[in-house]
Design a protein around this ligand. Structure first.
Ligand code: ZN
Length: 420
């Protein structure tokens, strides 16, 4: 079975991200207004990945984006996710500041955005932010999202917040230095123990201990441990980052098993109707739906083995028995990249899936076959392709999820070059 020719339509993706940056987003994004920092991240990082951020935006525009990000910094350290809660520094008091809190994920994305835009982070309240982080850690080692009234840790508790807290610490502590050595650090051992306790019986990570394994949380778990490990000089990496260890190998097995040719397509989405082989495959899920527990086993439909046509496109799912979804090509491949096991998946079939099924005709990527593009799936679709060396895309650091170009800029900052 020969592959159907697919191309990465770079120019259309550039237009898609520029439209998202410079015109209004579709109204469906309205409910995401409070996540504006994240939307900004996907947009600007997308153009950086395509290598056109400098050429397609002016210096003034980029400076404007930087000013907006700093406008989202709260006076006590950390960043808010959007400007909607900002009631002005002159009205802010210790009693009311909990209603305009810094937010753990937004702080991470704000710092990354500043790095991508070439800012030197000199206006970041670095000390204040590093003092705020330990206040966000719960006694079980996990992190919340914001500090509520009375300093109560609110929101989160799952691996996403562990990852963003560890990532923020990584960016702002770097190689340490006199100015931060005296600042109380987060409890690294407790965080690492919490993350490792989230590994499920099948090797993947759940959102909390004893939960079902999920690729998104698995990525966050390994991201958090990678950030901690990169900063832990001369220390043994945790077993889940140690090749040969049961924890490591079972996770690799689980991640690789997420690749699937079950795309969840409707008949109209599929361009393979003409092939009787593919037709047979399309009918299988329906046949499976009709199965009842009282059926005579002799009357059950024959489930045929996969064919060349049915395996032509193979994306990734995030949990057992789910359909492929563009973003899971990212969550799984990024984790495998952190574990240096990217070569174990079928890169060709994944590329066929992303470029042949979820890449949209107007640019960007949708969640599944035939779906409209959105910022999250568009960025993650491109990053997944970048891991596989797609021409026209910059290489990406899997834990920071930004181009190596932006990572180099981070590593040129004073607390990275002057530290121990
Ligand atoms: Zn998705």
């Amino acid at each position: 079975m020969t592959d159907v020719a697919v191309t990465f339509t770079k120019e259309r993706h550039i237009k898609y991200f520029l439209r998202c940056l410079k015109t209004f987003l579709p109204s469906l994004y309205t409910s995401n207004d409070s996540n504006r920092m994240l939307l900004a991240f996907f947009t600007v990082a997308g153009l950086d990945l395509l290598g056109v951020l400098q050429s397609k935006t002016t210096l003034e525009e980029r400076q404007g984006y930087i000013e907006w990000i700093y406008h989202c910094q709260v006076p006590t350290g950390g960043f808010r996710a959007f400007t909607g809660t900002d009631f002005g520094a002159e009205n802010r008091t210790p009693e009311n500041e909990a209603w305009d809190p810094a937010n753990v994920p937004s702080t991470f994305f704000a710092l990354e955005l500043l790095l991508i835009l070439g800012d030197d982070l000199s206006r970041v309240k670095r000390i204040e932010c590093l003092q705020w982080l330990p206040q966000m850690q719960r006694s079980n080692g996990s992190f919340g999202e914001v500090l509520g009234p009375g300093g109560k840790i609110e929101g989160g508790g799952d691996l996403r917040f562990c990852c963003f807290a560890a990532g923020t610490r990584y960016i702002l502590r770097g190689n340490g230095g006199k100015d931060v050595d005296d600042i109380k650090d987060i409890n690294v051992d407790k965080l690492a123990a919490f993350v490792q306790a989230c590994q499920a019986y099948d090797g993947g990570m759940g959102e909390a201990p004893f939960c079902e394994a999920h690729s998104g949380h698995t990525y966050c778990a390994m991201g958090a441990l990678s950030f901690l490990n990169r900063m832990a000089k001369n220390q043994q990496p945790p077993s889940v980052l140690s090749p040969g260890a049961r924890e490591f190998e079972s996770l690799v097995c689980w991640l690789v098993s997420r690749q699937t040719a079950e795309l969840g397509e409707t008949e109209e989405d599929s361009d393979d109707e003409s092939s009787p082989e593919a037709d047979e495959v399309q009918r299988l899920p329906k046949a499976a739906e009709e199965l009842g527990s009282n059926e005579d086993p002799d009357n059950l439909p024959v489930i045929r083995p996969p064919t060349g046509a049915s395996l032509r496109y193979a994306g990734f799912n995030g949990r057992c028995n789910k359909y492929a979804d563009t973003c899971y090509s990212f969550w799984n491949l990024a984790t495998l990249d952190m574990m240096d096991r990217l070569d174990l998946v079928d890169a060709t079939r994944n590329r066929q899936y992303l470029l042949g099924k979820t890449q949209h005709i107007i640019g960007g990527f949708g969640k599944g076959a035939g779906e409209p593009p959105d910022l999250l799936h568009s960025y993650f679709g491109m990053v997944a392709l970048a891991f596989q060396g797609e021409e026209g895309l910059s290489s990406v650091d899997p834990a920071l999820c930004i181009s190596h170009r932006a990572v180099q800029h981070l590593q040129s900052l004073p607390w990275w070059t002057e530290g121990a």
